[in-house]
Write a protein that binds this ligand. Sequence first.
Ligand SMILES: C[S@@+](CC[C@H](N)C(=O)[O-])C[C@H]1O[C@@H](n2cnc3c(N)ncnc32)[C@H](O)[C@@H]1O
Length: 301
Amino acid sequence: MGKTAKDKRDIFYRLAKEQGWRARSAFKLLQAEETFHLMEGVTRAVDLCAAPGSWSQVLAKHMYEPKTEEERKNVKIIAVDMQGMAPIDGVTQLRADITKESTAQTIIDFFGGQKAQLVVSDGAPDVTGQHEFDVYMQAQLLLSALSIATHILEEGGSFMGKVYRADNTSSVYLQLQRFFKDVCVFKPSACRNSSIEAFVVARQFTMPTDYVPCNLTTEWHTQTNEWIRDIRGVEPDPVVHLPFVAHNGIYDADMTYDLGDDYNQIDAVQQPLTAAYQDVLEKTKTMSIKYDAVTVRHDDE
Ligand SMILES: C[S@@+](CC[C@H](N)C(=O)[O-])C[C@H]1O[C@@H](n2cnc3c(N)ncnc32)[C@H](O)[C@@H]1O
């Protein structure tokens, strides 16, 4: 696809470049903010799976940039990703895997005894095209993000995370209802209608009595029914229906918009520093992917 063709077919990609955002994803958080005001009054936030950094830019824009020098000293924003990303004023970066408990500990250390008021996660594993597998992996990543949130969120705090809406997403919704009084599914207008991508927005975090934060991805497999019975006093209902909130913007992510005769194409604000596919490209220089398997490991990074 030519450079201007993408500008034409993806209005949010074009607007991101025009407005200085590193990725079109910025609009998803901006639209959530317009709808839920998650960042209002917030000074401590965690951006999980943050690279290349457009959500961190949005957090810094709301929480850091409008403040005085003195007030900025109280603002703590940490951006976590396995990939590196270019620096952003007011944002501390941590290059780490969010599925590891050591990452939760490093985030806790960063807040130095304080708790965060907001945890957001736009995390997405590399998509394989195998629908069930991709949905499962996305749910696991969301549970990892939620696990970190249970370690670090203060009472009343908020969480927003990317989810793929599918038949078995109910189990993730149930987990969220366990920790938050108010949970809904949010579809920003920057997401394509045809996409199963949406976001869970969970507010009013409340730590269940006697709950010890742990890795929910493993706990889920052993104790789910038990705790649902405990909390609800009834046998678990396999289907959970959450309120659905859609952002109604002026632009439609599925539409093609004319560029006009005097259109000036501009380059992306910030190229990814270390995208996973760069490792694959390096490896395929010396081998044939038709005959050899390519394994990219991030664990040792
Ligand atoms: C859609 S991008 C995030 C875009 C970002 N919110 C922005 O606005 O620029 C998804 C990110 O998830 C990260 N990711 C996937 N699995 C991860 C994991 N286990 N730990 C940390 N980051 C992960 C990827 O490296 C990738 O940068």
